[in-house]
Design a protein around this ligand. Structure first.
Ligand code: NCD
Length: 325
């Protein structure tokens, strides 16, 4: 969906940003294979830029509002770093309790306020559909940085980019997603982004935390295959990607239920002895015990590289949405 207007600045030709200029980024459903390739290509250039020069002035004079209604370390700081490394400025509202939200201001009014001052708004919110709701009101592009248990499209972009970089391809892989598949928005977005690529999905979770019906149906509807497991040993030997997630404590209404499932899986060096030599372990982070620190030494542990990739992907996305890629 296109924001109603971006600014009075001259519009770049759409072919320079693959149609992303002025777009809201709400769901991975927006990303065609061409757009994905384009973003990955720009992200590679951003990596080179950061490694060689540290920063550039591509987004000089532009301002990003970072509006976070939920906690965040990586998403928030990588968006800020991305904007600043491209020469732009940031309005950080990382704790809405110090903004007028705590006085009862609506999302619509908060967004309409921030767009008076900023060129793009990055929004994390606890409600599914909040980014889409904000986009209804906004004239400037809204980037969904996580809407409750819904989606986390920029995380899926950096996840897919990581798989591609680490394994050389995004097609015909066996991808296991493990942990909290019910409340984990990252696995919802990543599954959708990987559809129609010949991926075999292995969903590993306690029964209580199964992948939602809606997403399982999307997988089947796309002609892809998945199987569900409670025991990680059933699949560890065959996977190219083991994508581990945290059990999302904040989404449980019954904390006793959380206590029952929170330690369902712990990835250790012993478990990884059963895995292929050529595979990667991913995690959107933060981890709270589901991968032991000893695993970090394993070259297959890709989660720190994955986190680093978030900077380049978000630089690429901001440049494209603001028409400067
Ligand atoms: C994830 C999130 O916020 O959904 N974190 C992130 O953005 N890297 C995963 C999580 O919180 O477990």
């Amino acid at each position: 969906m296109k924001a109603r207007s971006t600014s009075d600045r001259p519009r770049p030709a759409d072919n320079t940003t693959n149609g992303l200029y002025g777009q809201h980024i709400l769901s991975v459903r927006q990303f065609t294979p061409e757009v994905l390739e384009y973003i990955f290509g720009v992200a590679d250039e951003m990596r080179t830029l950061v490694e060689r020069f540290g920063s550039a002035d591509l987004l000089q004079g532009q301002i990003m509002a970072n509006l976070f209604y939920e906690p965040s370390t990586r998403t928030s700081s990588s968006f800020m770093a991305a904007m600043q490394r491209l020469g732009g400025q940031v309005i950080p509202i990382n704790s809405v309790k110090f903004s007028s939200v705590s006085k009862g201001e609506s999302l619509a009014d908060t967004v309409r306020t921030l767009e008076c001052y900023a060129d793009v708004i990055v929004l994390r919110h606890y409600e599914v559909g909040a980014a889409a709701e904000a986009a209804r009101w906004a004239h400037k592009p809204i980037i969904n940085a996580g809407d409750g248990v819904g989606e986390h499209p920029t995380q899926a972009l950096l996840d897919a980019y990581t798989i591609r970089r680490e394994l050389g391809r995004l097609d015909n892989l066996t991808v296991a997603m493990l942990g909290d598949l019910r409340f984990g928005r990252t696995v919802h977005s990543l599954t959708r982004l990987l559809l129609r690529r010949g991926i075999t999905f292995r969903f590993v979770s306690p029964r209580l935390l199964r992948m939602p019906d809606e997403i399982r149906q999307e997988v089947t509807g796309a002609g892809d295959t998945f199987t569900e497991h409670e025991d990680v040993h059933e699949i560890i030997g065959e996977v190219d990607v083991l994508y581990v997630t945290r059990v999302q404590k904040e989404r449980f209404t019954d904390l006793a239920e959380y206590e029952r499932v929170k330690d369902s899986y712990i990835i250790t060096p012993e478990l990884l002895r059963e895995a292929k030599e050529q595979m990667i372990v991913m995690h959107p982070l933060p981890r709270v015990g589901e991968i032991t620190y000893e695993v970090d030494e394993d070259p297959r542990a890709a989660y720190f590289r994955q986190m680093q990739n978030g900077l380049y992907i978000r630089m690429a996305l901001l440049a494209a949405v603001l028409g400067r890629a």
